[in-house]
Design a protein around this ligand. Structure first.
Ligand SMILES: Nc1nc2c(c(=O)[nH]1)N[C@H]1C(S)=C(S)[C@@H](COP(=O)(O)O)O[C@H]1N2
Ligand SMILES: [Mo]
Length: 331
């Protein structure tokens, strides 16, 4: 372990964490600081912020302590998006379709009490209170790229554990081939649910092997704190190699099934949003290219667009899941 826990309950960084701190904040920034001879104080800040996000967390919500993930590919080298950007530029249509609607409207979401139901083809169906679900696995920090199908992206330090932990616990039956994710649709607290942009509730789905992949995250927090409402409190999915809409927010039900789930976006526009929705720069959306993306926070006049990577940069980890599949057909 690279971290130690003192009796004050906080986890303190040790010098070996500094390289990882550079990862968290962008290696090029560190090199720049070293060259300028100002690395001392900079490193101190980075090291403490990196070891546990709660040390210099945004301080807006309750801390959610986590250890750095050891899962392959879980820590991108890229610079983390500013918290204020990640929490004010969102898609959460239950709260409206403008980018700042979730930030403005999601205050009404009631996240306690909250239960998540596990049903369908499992040996152990269950109703988990959020407090119990949170404790089912060790909370890990994972820094993932998130690529929205609309052509923008962010880099977010999520907190959570692999969905596979929960799947193993409830013991799917042999016939279970897919997992369906159902999210909250409460017209009293979610103003967007009155609109007809989507057929509520918002439903998403994964094939069983995708659900079991270690990178598939059941997330309870970000930036060292519990999730803000607009980012899908109290629990959401994060599937980093797929377009952002697969990462369903504010989950209330997880259902195991033998059929490919009918997802909300597929029902709304089947020719635009397929079941797989893997990030793929070679398969354009019918109305726009998917070859490049705009990184939120880099949108100045001279900011260059970035090339979108196959499977959002997670090809080494997930490419095998799709061996032999025609990704143009299975978009
Ligand atoms: N329930 C629900 N989940 C959702 C959405 C939504 O509208 N409703 N939007 C999706 C889309 S399109 C994206 S890009 C991501 C955005 O996650 P973020 O706001 O935390 O960055 O959430 C996804 N999860
Ligand atoms: Mo999205």
């Amino acid at each position: 372990m690279l971290i130690r826990s003192d009796d004050d309950g906080f986890i303190h960084p040790v010098p070996s964490e500094i390289t990882a701190a550079a990862v968290y904040h962008g290696r090029r920034d560190l090199l720049k600081a070293l060259a300028a001879g100002v690395a001392g104080p900079v490193l101190a800040g980075w090291a403490s912020r990196d070891a546990l996000a709660q040390v210099q967390r945004p301080g807006k919500l309750a801390a959610l302590p986590a250890v750095k993930s050891g899962v392959a590919g879980a820590m991108t080298m890229e610079k983390v998006t500013e918290y204020n950007d990640a929490t004010s530029y969102n898609n959460f249509y239950e709260f409206g379709t403008d980018k700042d609607d979730p930030y403005r409207n999601a205050k009404t979401l009631r996240t306690a009490p909250w239960t998540v139901e596990i049903e369908g083809l499992v040996k152990k169906p269950a109703r988990y209170a959020i407090e119990d679900l949170l404790k089912l696995g060790a909370q890990e920090e994972r820094i993932y790229r998130l690529r929205c199908v609309e052509g923008w992206s962010m880099v977010i330090p999520w907190v959570g554990y692999s969905l596979s932990k929960l799947v193993e616990r409830v013991e799917p039956l042999g016939g279970a081939k897919f997992v369906e994710f159902v999210t909250l649709a409460d017209s009293r607290t979610m103003p967007g649910v009155g609109s007809r942009v989507l057929d509520w509730p918002y439903v998403e789905g994964l094939r069983m092997d995708e659900a079991m992949h270690p990178l598939t995250l059941l997330s309870f927090g970000m930036y060292g704190e519990v999730l803000p409402n607009q980012n899908g409190a109290p629990v959401r999915l994060v599937v980093p190699w797929k377009y952002g809409f697969k990462s369903a927010k504010s989950l209330v039900k997880i259902r195991f099934t033998d059929r490919e789930p009918k997802t909300a976006w597929n029902k709304a526009a089947a020719n635009e949003y397929g079941f797989y929705s893997n990030v793929n720069p070679n398969v354009d959306h019918p109305r726009w290219s998917q070859a490049t993306e705009r990184r939120i926070g880099e949108d100045g006049l001279f900011a260059k667009k970035r090339k979108t990577l196959m499977f959002n940069g997670y090809e080494a980890q997930v490419g095998q899941l799709y061996a032999g599949m025609d990704l143009k057909k299975n978009y």
